[in-house]
Write a protein that binds this ligand. Structure first.
Ligand code: HEC
Length: 209
């Protein structure tokens, strides 16, 4: 009986003893998680010797900022593959680019691989796109999205089939994509976009499959 009373007393003390109480000492931290770690906080000072200005937040390294604010690996502005990053697909004089990437077997093979991975789901392995049961891409078969054909068809509007290299490159470099087509600006490197365009030309030359 005594033990039981004592247990109830201890339990109620544990429950109610600290209610409303304040303390200036830090709480007991049994599980540290990642609460304590060496780090610099934003907008604060740093005592690190290597940084003469004493800022915790560092400025970009001199000359590392280009007009393209985020540069993915392998996508450094290249004056040949993309002469004007603000007008992808165009020369600095405003004319449409011709594919600047030399056409080799490796490039074509790379273009085929990238096309099959990134484009075929909508445009089909053949590049014929289309909608409904006859569609070449599975998206066109499943959803009512109008997907253009890269091949010239007698009596049809062949605008897309007749796009220049630079115009296709511009579509692939657009940060917003083209209507229902998603953006590939961050998904496909500049050099791979040109490889894909070589492969689209090969599809067009060899005809539909
Ligand atoms: C998710 C589906 C989808 C994928 C994947 C896709 N496209 Fe498209 N693409 C479309 C649709 C839909 C259109 C028609 C857009 C419109 O309404 O103008 C289109 C249009 C185009 C056009 C014509 C643009 C114009 O000026 O009208 C080109 C060129 C093109 N795609 C190339 C590609 C290439 C190359 C790839 C692979 C890197 C690709 N697309 C991947 C759906 C897709």
């Amino acid at each position: 009986m005594l033990i039981r009373t004592l247990m109830i007393l201890v339990a109620s003390l544990a429950l109610f003893a600290c209610r409303g109480g304040t303390s200036t000492s830090p709480p007991v931290h049994l599980v540290l998680d990642m609460d304590f770690q060496p780090k610099l906080k934003a907008q604060s000072a740093s005592a690190f010797d290597g940084w003469a200005d004493g800022r915790a937040m560092r400025l970009p390294v001199t000359d590392s900022q280009s007009r393209v604010s985020v540069v993915a690996r392998g996508s450094l502005p290249d004056p040949i593959l993309m002469p004007d990053p603000n007008k992808a697909g165009k020369n600095v004089d405003g004319t449409w680019l011709k594919n600047p990437l030399p056409l080799t077997n490796e490039v074509l093979e790379r273009g085929r691989e990238r096309f099959d991975i990134n484009c075929s789901v909508c445009h089909g392995y053949s590049g014929q796109g289309g909608n409904g049961a006859q569609a070449h891409g599975m998206v066109g078969r499943r959803w009512p999205v109008v997907i253009p054909n890269f091949h010239v068809v007698e009596g049809k509007d062949n605008r897309v089939a007749n796009l220049t290299d630079g115009e296709i490159f511009e579509v692939l470099s657009s940060p917003v994509g083209k209507n229902t087509m998603p953006s590939y600006a961050a998904r496909i490197t500049v050099i791979d976009r040109w490889a894909i365009i070589h492969y689209v030309r090969a599809l067009q030359t060899l005809g539909k499959q």
